[in-house]
Design a protein around this ligand. Structure first.
Ligand code: AMP
Ligand code: GLY
Length: 404
């Protein structure tokens, strides 16, 4: 089987790592990929947003499956165009991807499907949450506990343009719950917890995610299955009945409130950096599962979850999330890998054969172990061996998890 993987981040490197172990894989291609992915397959200089370029590449490679990592090409309709050409795609149509692309659409679907979510408010009054309606790369959400925060949020949301959604402010732990979907059926994956704030103790601005771990205490396979039953399956049914069947991975950001789980958002793709902690825990034929989902035939998929735990720490540029870093040499990856850790490239580039920084989140260091605490220790041991100018990372990823 020839697979074309679309994207260039740590999530895609983790996907490439997992796919490259599949017995059924003949060739792995990536568009555009990154220097880490280049060690596992062939990278082509086609951007993830270049729909026409991707169509041409999938055609010339005679790809059997295209796996789309990021949301923007999906919301832009890349999966529809590829399907028109007869290519199997793991990723939703533009219509189904609106579940991520439009917060108000997601709300409508949840309301129709009876899925518990934060209430929409008609007036912006504290405490509340202000959200830009469209895609904003994780930056369009403002949690407002006082009037000053609310004023700033309204100004910032107005600067992004477009409509806003006002929501009740929910309190609780957040988890990321994923299900592989074939348009009609959903297969639950292990729950993962992500650390969104840039600084330790969950302070500072929101980011794409500074680390992740799995399993989440109290949210094993049975609980994940229950959440998928309450959340993903009704949404899938609702989307299918409105003519927009969802094929790909449906990712629910769920807040565990004292009144039960509430959906904060949906994404139409794998989480980043959740995927880096999720995939090392999966046993079984992952490529086969993606192919069956893409073909609308998930019925006999069972991906076992290993007991092992995984922890991922994001090594970011010094000024992330305000700005990234470009061109600083990176050292110590081989040494970190020698400890047994996985080092996924998220924002790197080659400059005269030298690996350098190129982005906000630069590397993701993932380690596994019998418990979260073991995996965590191994991940941090590997992080300490890596260096680049300005490198920052949170030292408290999964620190509070002591009993799994
Ligand atoms: P979203 O992009 O909608 O997931 O929002 C990003 C982050 O903002 C979430 O992970 C939460 O930490 C926070 N957030 C979003 N909606 C709410 C809400 N209704 N109540 C409290 N926090 C929220
Ligand atoms: N880590 C959260 C996301 O991928 O949206």
């Amino acid at each position: 089987m020839k697979v074309l993987l679309v994207g260039s981040g740590g999530r895609e490197h983790a996907l490439a790592w997992k796919l490259s172990q599949a017995p059924g894989l003949e060739e792995l291609h990536a568009a555009p990929g990154n220097p880490g992915i280049a060690g596992l397959g062939r990278c082509h200089p086609v951007r993830a947003e270049d729909g026409e370029g991707l169509l041409g590449l999938a055609g010339s490679l005679e790809a059997d499956l295209v796996v789309v990592g990021p949301e923007a090409p999906l919301v832009g309709g890349v999966a529809d165009e590829l399907r028109h050409l007869g290519v199997a795609v793991f990723g939703p149509s533009a219509e189904a991807a609106r579940i991520e692309g439009s917060k108000s659409f997601a709300k409508e679907v949840m309301r129709a499907a009876g899925v518990p979510c934060a209430e929409t408010l008609s007036v912006a009054r504290v405490p509340c949450v202000i959200k830009a309606d469209g895609l904003a790369a994780g930056k369009g959400v403002y949690v407002c506990r006082d009037q000053q925060q609310l004023d700033a949020a309204l100004r910032a949301a107005a600067a992004l343009g477009g409509a806003i959604v006002i929501e009740e402010l929910l309190e609780g732990e957040e988890i990321s719950v994923f299900a592989l979907c074939d348009g009609a059926r959903a297969s639950a994956l292990p729950a993962v917890q992500d650390f969104k704030r840039v600084d330790e103790g969950d302070t500072g601005p929101n980011t794409g995610g500074m680390g992740s771990y799995s399993p989440v205490p109290g949210y094993g396979a049975e609980e994940a299955e229950e959440l998928v039953d309450t959340i993903h399956r009704p949404v899938l049914e609702q989307l299918a009945s409105s003519g927009a069947p969802f094929i790909g991975v449906l990712f629910a950001g769920v807040m565990l409130t004292p009144d039960g789980p509430r959906v904060l958002e949906f994404n139409c793709r794998f989480g980043d950096p959740e995927t880096q902690s999720l995939l090392p825990r999966l046993d079984g034929d992952f490529l086969g599962a993606l192919v069956r989902a893409a073909r609308g035939n998930l019925s006999d998929v069972s991906l076992e979850t290993a007991d092992a735990a995984a922890v991922t720490v994001v090594l970011a540029a010094g000024r992330y999330p305000a700005a990234g870093d470009v061109g600083s040499p990176i050292d110590g990856i081989a040494e970190a890998e020698a400890t047994g850790a996985l080092v996924f490239h998220a924002g790197t580039a080659l400059q005269d054969d030298r690996l350098v920084t190129s982005g906000g989140r630069i590397l993701n260091v993932t380690a596994t172990g019998p418990t979260v605490a073991d995996a965590r220790e191994r991940a941090y041991e590997a992080c300490e061996l890596i260096s680049f100018q300005g490198m920052r990372y949170r030292r408290d990823i999964a620190a509070a998890v002591t009993h799994v």
